[in-house]
Design a protein around this ligand. Structure first.
Ligand SMILES: [Zn+2]
Length: 144
């Protein structure tokens, strides 16, 4: 389970509306709890480096990701996941999303943005032990 405070939930959905018709992306920071759930305590918006196809691809600059990770650690936060939007496409992961997901144990949150308005927001946990057997599993996203 992924626990998302209401203001953060609203903020990541708004991000998708702001960048429409392009994809938005960002990083989820927080804590891995002892019971296997994750709690988000902040998010960091990231620039989408995919200028070639920003409407259906997203990528976070590795240097930006390292900076976000370092700043999170300074606040006692870990990277617990990532979010991005699907402009005029369902809130389901694509084969590209799976191929480009590498953080096993982390959550991947996808918001569908239909005609500029945020619709469904779904979360998927990347499970497995390595690149060969990784897969996405539906995960409950609880707005708390
Ligand atoms: Zn996607």
């Amino acid at each position: 389970m992924l626990k998302i405070p209401r203001p953060i939930y609203d903020s990541l959905r708004l991000h998708g509306e702001e960048t429409y018709p392009h994809e938005c992306c960002g990083v989820l920071l927080g804590h891995f709890e002892g019971d296997g759930s994750k709690t988000i305590t902040s998010i960091s918006r990231a620039g989408n480096t995919r200028d070639d196809s920003p409407h259906n691809r997203y990528n976070i600059d590795p240097k930006e990701l390292i900076r976000i990770q370092r700043e999170g650690r300074a606040r006692g936060e870990d990277i617990v996941g990532f979010y991005h939007s699907h402009p005029d496409h369902p809130a389901e992961w694509s084969s590209t999303d799976l191929a480009e997901a590498h953080w096993i144990g982390c959550s991947y949150v996808i918001t569908s943005v239909e005609k500029g308005k945020a619709a469904l927001t779904n979360s998927f946990e990347l499970t497995g032990t390595d690149e060969d057997n990784k897969k996405f599993v539906d995960e409950t996203a609880a707005v708390v």
